[in-house]
Design a protein around this ligand. Structure first.
Ligand code: FAD
Length: 370
């Protein structure tokens, strides 16, 4: 019997919605379901006092990929917002990422040569082959930057002290010897004028969508509706955790509406002191240069992941990566199911990477079919 849909897409986030849009354009019938009460996944914005509030954390679009930039600009127009971050350590203010402004604030110096000298004198070499994050940071940036700007923040972010975290979590620590505070070096950057919701309104305009619908609550019913499934939820849940639970870092957001027009003078302030329980405060109006007389701020508290909380960041350490590979190997045998996105691939993807990856998956899929 012919099925009602060609594709059931689980998850109305960026990956699922792009797949739905591209497939419906080619004439395939798609049903998108999402367990949340809105579409858009973590890009969802809520309008409060005329300010687009990024409900699931600050989302800044940035890419060097010309095709991805052209693609997203078909749906959204971007302002010229450039992201830069302030760090607050015990009320001392520093610019991030580490650059000449940071070095001047830390050491009252003014030239790159002075900065090289101080960094060199502070670095602590570590001969071990198994470096912790702390070893790696001390070796790269030395004591002052590590103590004031990395140690407390990273401990809060990952819920483990820096001598218990693998160096790989920190990736590369950028050191910039110019007075440039740009957080991202990408050619194309910005915030969509009017927030991210219009993107999803356009992507899903001609697709059947059901929100407040958890795939696992009616798995066999939804599976019976379509020939193929595109699944963007956590891969371990799809396989009923049969090899074990993948670990994530979760977040709690606490939002406040304040009767002032400017709370912190910028969109993101990182709190790097371990004594402050949150990692950052977002002031949403600065993303779109709003002149609203009030403001909305969000405190971000990292927390341990439990199965009922939201899985925000995959923890790509050795154990979790091994576990993920078992699920991935199994998933390759399920030829009627396409796994994609940050939860199903257990990978920290930025938005531009999700767009590139969804377009690639759909091309592979439709090249096979058409
Ligand atoms: P998601 O957005 O998570 O979408 C998955 C969807 O699947 C969700 O809506 C979920 O409800 C749904 N789902 C899951 N399980 C089920 C189920 N059983 N049944 C039905 N539905 C289900 N990227 C950037 O480029 N710039 C940034 O500044 C940036 N900041 C970020 C800040 C934070 C705090 C976080 C967490 C991420 C940030 N990202 C940023 C990354 C960005 O959010 C992701 O690249 C993007 O959201 C991934 O899209 P996705 O579709 O894979 O996942």
């Amino acid at each position: 019997m012919e099925k009602q849909y060609d594709y059931l897409i689980v998850g109305a986030g960026l990956f699922g919605s792009i797949c739905a849009y591209e497939l419906q354009k080619l004439g395939f019938r798609c049903l998108v379901i999402d367990k949340r009460n809105h579409v858009g996944g973590n890009l969802y914005c809520e309008k409060i006092n005329n300010i687009n509030v990024h409900k699931y954390g600050a989302h800044i679009f940035h890419t060097n990929n010309d095709l991805v930039w052209k693609y997203i600009n078909k749906f959204l127009s971007f302002n010229n917002y450039r992201h830069s971050v302030i760090a607050n350590y015990k009320n001392e203010i520093y610019n991030l990422p580490f650059n000449m402004n940071t070095f001047a604030q830390l050491w009252k110096i003014s030239t790159p040569a002075q900065a090289y000298d101080i960094l060199e004198s502070q670095r602590i070499p570590c001969p071990s082959n198994f470096k912790t994050l702390e070893d790696h940071a001390l070796e790269t940036v030395g004591q002052d930057i590590f103590e004031k700007l990395i140690k407390g923040y990273t401990t809060k972010q990952w819920g483990r002290s820096t001598d218990k975290l693998p160096a790989s979590i920190l990736k590369r620590i950028p050191l910039r010897f110019t007075f440039n505070n740009d957080y991202f070096g990408d050619t194309f950057q910005g915030i969509p004028v009017g927030g991210y919701n219009p993107l999803f309104e356009k992507l899903l305009a001609n697709v059947d969508v059901k929100i407040l619908t958890n795939f696992f609550k009616e798995r066999s019913y939804f599976t019976s509706l379509a020939t193929k499934i595109i699944y963007t939820g956590p891969i371990d849940a799809f396989y009923n955790f049969e090899f074990g639970y993948l670990d994530y870092r979760s977040l709690e957001f606490q939002q406040r509406i304040l009767p002032c027009d400017n709370f912190q003078g910028t969109s993101v302030v990182n709190y790097t002191d371990i004594q402050v329980p949150y990692t950052r405060i977002i002031e949403h109006k600065h993303f779109e240069f709003s002149n609203s007389p009030s403001t909305v701020i969000t405190y971000e508290f990292p927390k341990n992941y439990e199965v009922d909380s939201e899985p925000y960041y995959p923890i790509n350490d050795t154990n979790n990566n091994q576990l993920y590979r078992k699920y991935h190997e199994k998933s390759k045998k399920d030829v009627n199911i396409i796994f994609g996105g940050r939860l199903a691939e257990y990978k920290y993807y930025d938005m531009h990477q999700i767009i590139a990856s969804a377009l690639k998956k759909i091309k592979e899929e439709t090249d096979r079919k058409l």
